[in-house]
Design a protein around this ligand. Structure first.
Ligand SMILES: [Zn+2]
Length: 279
């Protein structure tokens, strides 16, 4: 709606104020990337669990009318990026190497599991990757199977959520490799991606990840906090990986990511379509 503007012009932020807010957003993103945004370890002892009703079939009934195409779903990759494993280390991926205008939703840990999250995934209809710790996966396999039925894939995020830079090699091997075996049995698909807690990895982590069959060690370029997405490069870039958590702000977090993707002309891709295991 437009109105005639006979009164004073609208107030706009001055260029200086706008620049300062961009700088502030960039600094906030850097702080998140440095680990301060991943505070889930502290809250793991207060985890809540919600039982998923067994009537989920009723929500998956195919619509009888023709739905409009989902404008958020990315087409298949134009080019699948080559991943360099020549040094025996699983590739480190912070942003996917692509020119496709596509971003990726990743959701970590698994403490808060609300049935309404499944409804939200179903409504969105876009791919997403859950990086779960083993105990959170074991706490509610039916909920996680519900995510698989709604476009999700399940990857690993250790057992005890340690800082892998500060533990011995035997512990790294157990934390990185055991969940892959367990998830293969629980969910019928062997995970191909590993995310280190707090984004803390090193060559030992990458070597062991490679040895137990992961395609990549996955970090991120932006994250959500209290319903607000903050990108390290301020605006979305092709291949950005968004970090979220299974916490009680997930609805708002998803909402902001989707709004940003639409506003900036991006679609949501499936990370596993771009980061393929060695053939
Ligand atoms: Zn985590």
């Amino acid at each position: 709606v437009r109105t005639t503007t006979t009164t004073a012009p609208r107030r706009r932020p001055s260029p200086t104020v706008a620049l300062l807010s961009l700088v502030a957003a960039a600094l906030a993103a850097i702080a998140v990337a440095c680990g301060s945004g991943e505070d889930e370890a502290a809250s793991s002892t207060t985890a809540t669990s919600t039982t998923v009703p067994t009537t989920s079939e009723s929500t998956t009934t195919a619509p009888t009318t023709t739905e409009p195409p989902n404008d958020l779903i990315a087409p298949p990759p134009t080019v699948v990026p080559a991943l360099d494993r020549s040094n025996g280390l699983a590739p480190f991926v912070r942003r996917v190497d692509t020119t496709d205008r596509v971003i990726f939703i990743t959701i970590d840990d698994g403490q808060v599991r609300e049935p309404t999250y499944l409804d939200h995934f179903e409504e969105l209809g876009v791919p997403f990757t859950s990086f779960l710790t083993l105990p959170m996966a074991q706490a509610d396999p039916e909920f996680w199977k519900g995510t698989l039925e709604r476009g999700g894939l399940i990857e690993t995020h250790t057992i005890k959520h340690p800082n892998l830079r500060t533990v011995g090699e035997a512990t790294v091997r157990r934390e990185v490799c055991e969940p892959a075996d367990a998830f293969a049995e629980m969910f019928g698909r062997r995970p191909t991606l590993f995310r280190p807690p707090y984004g803390n990895s090193n060559d030992t982590v990458r070597r062991i990840a490679n040895e137990c069959g992961y395609a990549a060690v996955v970090h991120w370029t932006g994250s959500t906090n209290n319903g607000k997405l903050t990108m390290q490069d301020v605006v979305l870039q092709p291949g950005d990986i968004i970090l979220m958590h299974y916490r009680d702000t997930l609805h708002a977090d998803l909402g902001d990511v989707v709004a940003r993707a639409r506003a900036e002309g991006f679609k949501i891709g499936r990370l596993e379509d771009y980061l393929l295991p060695a053939s």
